[in-house]
Write a protein that binds this ligand. Sequence first.
Ligand SMILES: NC(=O)c1ccc[n+]([C@@H]2O[C@H](COP(=O)([O-])OP(=O)(O)OC[C@H]3O[C@@H](n4cnc5c(N)ncnc54)[C@H](OP(=O)(O)O)[C@@H]3O)[C@@H](O)[C@H]2O)c1
Length: 357
Amino acid sequence: MVGSADEVSPVLRVVQWTTGNVGQRSVRAVLANPRLELVGCYAWGPEKVGRDVGELCGLAPIGVVATDDIDALVALRPDCVVYNPKWPDVDHMVRILEAGINITATAGFITGHALGADRARILAACEHGGSSIFGSGMNPGFANLLGLVSAGLCDRIDAIRMLESVDSTGYDSADTERSVGYGRLPTDPELPALIERGTAVFGDAVHLVADALGVELDEVRCETEVAITTADLDLGSWSIEAGRVAGVAASWQGWVGGHRLISCDVRWRKGRTLEPDWRVEHGYIVEVDGMPAVRTRLEVHPPADFVAHSFSDYMVLGMVMTAMPAINAIPSVCAADPGIVTYLDLPLPAPRGWVSR
Ligand SMILES: NC(=O)c1ccc[n+]([C@@H]2O[C@H](COP(=O)([O-])OP(=O)(O)OC[C@H]3O[C@@H](n4cnc5c(N)ncnc54)[C@H](OP(=O)(O)O)[C@@H]3O)[C@@H](O)[C@H]2O)c1
């Protein structure tokens, strides 16, 4: 029955928001999927305005030109914006949603709690425009779905932990990395608050999991930890000096009745000269304490035909798996009732359109 769903579903018109690491993979996916049509693209950087989107993504020209004219993008009346900027811009999101355009995001959004008071503006914009917004990515996002699927085996759940443990040396987004404390002195008194702010979207993930478990949390809290590099690290577009932070960990926790029920943990390191030398799992681990106890491990590997010239080439795997949960959700987000929608509101997002024929 390959193709049957394509015949009944309308082609959804998509505007891409920025063409950075993740955005470039989103563009490729939209172009590759016959159920999606790329009709426009927002450029944040002035040097990208007026350039063909294919060219911006290392492809042949496709006849769609990037613009910073948001009114013109809204006037295209797309079904959905794929929202991949470095930082979420609530004013932009409100303009898109108020215009009745849905958003699937990877940029700092799962439930909107990390936006504080701005969450209410997002909700109001959805109501005004009759639109919906969904946020995902690998983690937060898919990793939490994996946690919930794993917990679906249990008739008693005592605790659930989701861990991302990776060497992110090849991830080239210096501002993003500095925003969570990389490059600082380990004694910097601002570090804990900086890491907490920079990873706040993992608090959204805790809210999502609590909602799925049907539990009202007493508290969501964040614990942080850092490690240093003992040698200078050259990271391509930026560097970290010896003695400075090159390992960042954050544990976002949901507590109820004095008990830590939910943990969304990240443990990221750069390079091989970390002190202490944190163990890296190179993937995602879900542990559910309960009946039964469940352990799920997710690893990704390059396909057999993958060609890499350097370690950083492998980061494309991470960018694909960040982009795809938001891309696969487009049809169901466009069909959803207005508001902030999560995995709990959507049917299982089908990975439809990717089987090579
Ligand atoms: N949930 C997950 O699993 C996960 C994983 C990785 C990343 N993410 C998130 O996904 C988003 C995209 O990540 P990325 O690695 O693609 O980011 P990126 O390449 O560093 O930046 C994306 C784009 O944002 C625009 N930009 C640059 N500086 C900006 C600024 N100061 N303010 C606003 N926009 C700016 C640029 O757009 P132009 O190209 O138009 O100039 C840039 O290409 C980020 O929010 C990131 O945190 C989520």
